[in-house]
Design a protein around this ligand. Structure first.
Ligand code: 8YV
Length: 313
């Protein structure tokens, strides 16, 4: 039997690439020097696209694949997949929820602790001899017992809240609707930011959530506040965020995602009050293996005519 042909948008670790190559004929778009020409050549043969959360599959890619049946996303976020184009053609879409929830929450909470306690600067203080030369490190702000807001109480938001409860934090959350949880629901993002020392953004990104954290929310969080983003850059008005960090209208931020990543706005690099991470919240060996397995399981199920493991569409 001939193997199904798949367009592979980005690279995967070796432990995923091997099994993918065994089961399917993988066409590596990311390795092509002329991507348009590559797409024009292989597009007419492919029945699936394997992609990554942040890379997705755009309208041109989908249009170049007339036999396309399914798009399998290695990531929980599928905002970079053109869902309208998929719906119009009956193309199925899958993602990798659940397996990455705890890692993403861990990184968000770690970023909060690292920023609030000034751990990067403290490490430099030891390494550059300041401890011996100047004495005690400048005092930082406490985390435990303070007020946390979580914008988007889905799987990841709930995992963040559970962790923060362990720090005795005063937790409230926002999002489209209240949930059956022991934390306060505050629908208005500005009101949520006003009562928060730390505001976590864990919204599943879509055109509807674009710039939910705008100038008004950032101003409400204020000069003592910290914004933590482990979702997508599009949820935040990045120009407003940069302005507020530069002027001190916002105290600090901890970010795992950026507009135009990995080429982030150079203004970020000049800021002392932002912690920058390379979109690696799900980046542990254990979780990435589980994500790769789920991506393959969805493709295998589709081509075997079985129900998809984790369908989006
Ligand atoms: C990436 C993500 O998919 O889950 C998501 O939505 O953005 C991440 O897990 C991951 O970095 C692999 O590219």
């Amino acid at each position: 039997m001939t193997k199904p042909q798949i367009l592979q948008v980005g690279p995967y670790p070796e432990w995923d690439q091997g099994p993918l190559d065994q089961a399917f004929t993988m066409h590596r778009l990311f390795a092509a020097s002329d991507k348009a020409a590559f797409l024009a050549t292989v597009g007419p043969q492919v029945r699936a696209i394997a992609t990554r959360g942040e890379l997705g599959a755009n309208a041109a890619m989908i249009a170049a694949c007339p036999l396309l049946e399914v798009i399998s996303v290695y990531g929980v976020g599928y905002d970079a997949v053109d869902l309208a184009a998929c719906r119009a053609r009956g193309i199925r879409v899958t993602n990798t929820p659940d397996v990455l929830t705890n890692d993403v929450a861990d990184l968000g909470v770690a970023m909060m602790l690292m920023q609030a306690r000034g751990m990067l600067g403290a490490e430099r203080w030891v390494r550059d001899g300041s401890w011996a030369a100047k004495g005690l490190y400048p005092l930082q702000r406490k985390v435990w017992g303070r007020r946390a807001g979580i914008l988007g109480l889905g799987r990841i938001g709930q995992a963040v809240a559970t962790r923060l409860a362990g720090f005795g934090m005063d937790i409230a959350y926002g999002g489209p609707r209240p949930k059956d949880v022991p934390w306060d629901y505050i629908a208005d993002p500005v009101a949520l930011a006003t009562r928060s020392d730390f505001l976590f953004v864990t919204l599943a990104a879509s055109p509807a959530t674009r710039h939910t954290v705008g100038r008004d929310v950032i101003a409400a969080l204020g000069p003592e506040g910290m914004l933590i983003n482990i979702s997508r850059a599009s949820n935040i008005d990045e120009a407003a965020l940069l302005d507020a960090l530069e002027t001190g209208a916002l105290g600090s931020a901890a970010l795992d995602v950026f507009d135009g990543e990995p080429a982030l706005n150079p203004r970020f690099l000049a800021l002392p009050n932002v912690l920058l991470q390379p979109h690696h919240a799900s980046g542990t060996i254990e979780t990435r293996k589980a994500m790769g397995q789920l991506l393959r399981d969805n493709l295998t199920a589709h081509f075997a005519g079985q129900p998809l493991r984790t369908p989006v569409l």
